[in-house]
Write a protein that binds this ligand. Structure first.
Ligand code: PGA
Length: 254
């Protein structure tokens, strides 16, 4: 059975003190996550170690990086490699968030390389895809997302994609307060799964957790996570508020 996942994306927010306080509040609440559910905290690089320390001993909660370099090592000032993340015991990394695609010009080809570096280091990517508003309005979102998947993931083996994590984030719904309707989310998630099944077979496609991202909050999480092909969420703004993210974790399907 594929994992149900609540992934926080703090982006470039919070001081260390604020972040630690948020983690303390979250840890203090009783989530009763079952063995099929995961909470992931994608935090800024300087907070990876302190947040991991807070989560030490937990079997279903982990810190994650928000990015890694497409290169293995070398003269890339300011970059952080997947191997470095692994050396501090980080097991997850977000790859291809729309903000990085836009502001850092990360193409599908560059993201394929980042995915490769993550696998080489033994780190699990959380691969983001999703269409901008213009593509949604033109009604070509299915082929747009299919191309993102093909160009960044289809060089991988079936074994690598087993239990993989994808986040579908319609760009027009990120940080805007606009959420895709649960029907729109389900439709795209089912499309993503069918594209994966056509290439890798149903069994592999069914093992992949597909998270929804884009203005998920406590008030809409249960409805969105209730869709059969939605396996949790990648949450920005609402992950910065303990009560909100707690409720989101508790909205994961059992
Ligand atoms: P949001 O961000 O929840 O603030 O819309 C989601 C994301 O970008 O991961």
């Amino acid at each position: 059975m594929r994992k149900q996942i609540a992934a926080a994306n703090w982006k470039m927010n919070l001081s260390l003190e604020q972040g630690e306080q948020l983690m303390d509040e979250l840890i203090a609440s009783d989530h009763s996550l079952n063995s099929n559910q995961l909470a992931i905290f994608a935090v800024p690089f300087p907070y990876l170690l302190p947040v991991s320390k807070k989560l030490a001993g937990k079997t279903n909660a982990f810190a994650a990086a928000q990015n890694c370099s497409a290169n293995k090592n070398g003269a890339y000032t300011g970059e952080v490699s997947a191997e470095m993340l692994r050396s501090i015991d980080i097991h997850y990394v977000i790859i291809g968030h729309s903000e990085r695609r836009e502001y850092n010009h990360e193409t599908n080809g560059i993201l394929a390389e980042k995915v490769n570096r993550a696998f080489e280091a033994g780190i699990k990517p959380i691969f983001c895809c999703g269409e901008p508003l213009g593509i949604r309005e033109a009604g070509t979102q299915n082929s747009f997302v299919e191309t993102q998947l093909k160009e960044s993931l289809f060089h991988l083996t079936k074994e690598q994609l087993q239990d993989f994590i994808i986040a579908y984030e319609p760009i027009w719904a990120i940080g805007t307060g606009k959420t895709a309707s649960s029907a729109q989310a389900q439709e795209m998630h089912a499309h993503i799964r069918s594209v994966l099944a056509a290439q890798y077979g149903k069994e592999t496609a069914d093992s992949i957790s597909i998270l929804y991202g884009g203005s998920v909050k406590a008030a809409n999480a249960t409805e969105i996570f209730g869709q059969p092909d939605v396996d949790g969420g990648l949450v920005g703004g609402a992950s910065l508020i303990a009560a909100e993210f707690n409720a989101i974790i508790n909205s994961l399907r059992k």
